[in-house]
Design a protein around this ligand. Structure first.
Ligand code: GDP
Ligand code: IMO
Ligand code: MG
Length: 403
């Protein structure tokens, strides 16, 4: 089976978009299967910056892109994104799962309401209705694309959602939803059956996970997480394909760590050092523009990510950014209650973080090699790709990927 599943190893924004764009030239299909427009995947092509939110980031290079059933879709947003992307590629082939759930206006309002209700304890969501869309899915009052084939059922489901949330919707909202659906209908199909047939016929697929390992609904720093499965196991439920199709996993890690939103962050920096790293890395959220919290690389976190995702390969991004810092640090272990901890536990904030220091590599490439070898040795996973700049082609191959 020729598939590769790509996951983010930290809190999201690891630079997955650029790696997906690079890898997708070797795949027939690329597939999104979790999250929604909370994802923001950047690819810099020439002097243009593309920010993918719902469309798979393999759009420019893969023959076919698929939005599988685990994604929650804001229909209007998807239409707008496609309109923009068509200017880069008009001959695209898109398939959207008929079982994917729709993010409605009610979900947006509910997201804001819940954040307000949490007050100081807010999650810092993207306010794109993602949590509520999964909430309604699992609560069995969500709306799927297939429901648009039965307008009466759709109206009943929306009315039920409105009652549960105690949020009204405007007259004419169903008509707006329906007309958005009609524009997307030509792409809607049973994507599981499609993928199964293609894969059984020897075609290759790259499965691109949105978000990051430690904002996974179960394995992340709950409750400061997103509402989907962002670890590699999510690919089976998110696509509907059986686990036998997935054998190789690649993790993308930034050479340092960033986080948007609230929640634990053991290596977080503050003050001028944080400002410098944020500025050097242009660390502002792709979806919301919020400044990202920044810190050094966290090996205990990556040790856990390797296990949770069964990683075979790693891609390390933004080494050009980190190389400009003076006195680069890497967290190698934590201390809690007087004991050394080698692996990140999302439920326990460590008392202390132990670091090793590395020299800057801005004028000495051999120092970067030392950094990379250190990470590989600690994690026992080969770093096969290295991101050395923002541009699409600023990427170095450091090893082969066999899948
Ligand atoms: P994603 O959500 O994981 O796809 O990552 P984002 O697109 O949200 O954020 C990554 C940011 O880093 C984007 O602005 C990318 O253009 C940029 N980027 C990705 N790889 C590199 C790299 O190797 N070097 C530099 N300087 N920027 C990079
Ligand atoms: P990509 O795919 C970074 C974070 C939000 C917030 C929490 C919950 O670009 O890596 P949500 O709106 O999902 O309910 O927000 O999760 N978050 C992300 N952070 N990158 C992402 O996606 C994210 N998707 C969600 O900032 O803290
Ligand atoms: Mg992002």
């Amino acid at each position: 089976m020729e598939t590769l599943t790509l996951v983010g190893c930290q809190f999201g924004d690891e630079g997955k978009g650029k790696i997906i764009d690079h890898l997708s030239k070797d795949f027939d299909m690329t597939v999104r299967f979790n999250g929604g427009e909370n994802a923001g995947h950047t690819v810099v092509v020439g002097d243009k910056t593309i920010k993918y939110h719902l469309v798979p980031a393999g759009f420019l290079r893969a023959r076919t892109v698929v939005i599988a059933k685990g994604v929650v879709i804001n229909l209007r947003r998807l239409i707008e994104e496609l309109e923009f992307l068509k200017t880069f590629r008009s001959n695209f082939d898109l398939k959207i799962s008929d079982l994917a759930h729709v993010v409605t206006e009610l979900h947006f309002k509910r997201d804001s309401y819940l954040e307000q209700l949490r007050g100081e304890g807010k999650i810092g969501t993207t306010l794109k209705g993602i949590g509520p869309a999964y909430e309604s899915k699992f609560g069995r009052y969500g709306i799927r694309l297939t429901d648009f084939r039965n307008p009466d059922g759709l109206k009943r489901q929306l009315a039920l959602m409105s009652k549960i949330y105690q949020i009204p919707y405007e007259e004419g909202y169903v008509d707006n939803l329906m007309s958005d659906y009609e524009r997307l209908e030509p792409y809607v199909c049973d994507t599981r059956a499609y993928l199964e047939e293609e894969l059984n016929g020897g075609k290759k697929a790259l499965f691109e996970t949105a978000n990051g390992t430690f904002i996974d609904i179960d394995s992340g720093t709950y409750p400061f997480v997103t509402s989907s499965y962002t670890t590699s196991g999510g690919v089976t439920v998110g696509t509907g394909l059986s686990p036998k199709y997935f054998t190789k996993f690649l993790g993308v890690a930034k050479a340092y760590t960033t986080r948007v939103g609230e929640g634990m962050f053991p290596t977080e920096l503050s003050g001028p050092e944080a400002d410098r790293l944020r500025k050097l890395g242009n660390e502002f959220g792709t979806t919301t523009g919020r400044p990202r919290r920044v810190g050094y690389l966290d090996i205990p976190m990556l040790r856990k990510a390797v296990k949770l995702n069964s990683l075979d390969y790693l891609a390390l991004t933004k080494v050009d950014v980190l190389g400009k810092m003076d006195g680069i640090k890497v967290a190698v272990s934590y201390e809690s209650n007087g004991s050394e901890i080698r692996e990140f536990d999302p439920a326990t904030t460590p008392d202390k973080v132990n670091y090793e220091t590395f020299a800057s590599w801005s004028n000495d490439r051999s120092k970067l090699n030392e950094y990379i070898e250190f990470i590989q040795d600690e994690l026992r996973v080969p770093i096969v790709l290295i991101g050395v700049g923002e541009k699409r082609d600023a990427i170095e191959t450091n090893g082969q990927i066999a899948f």
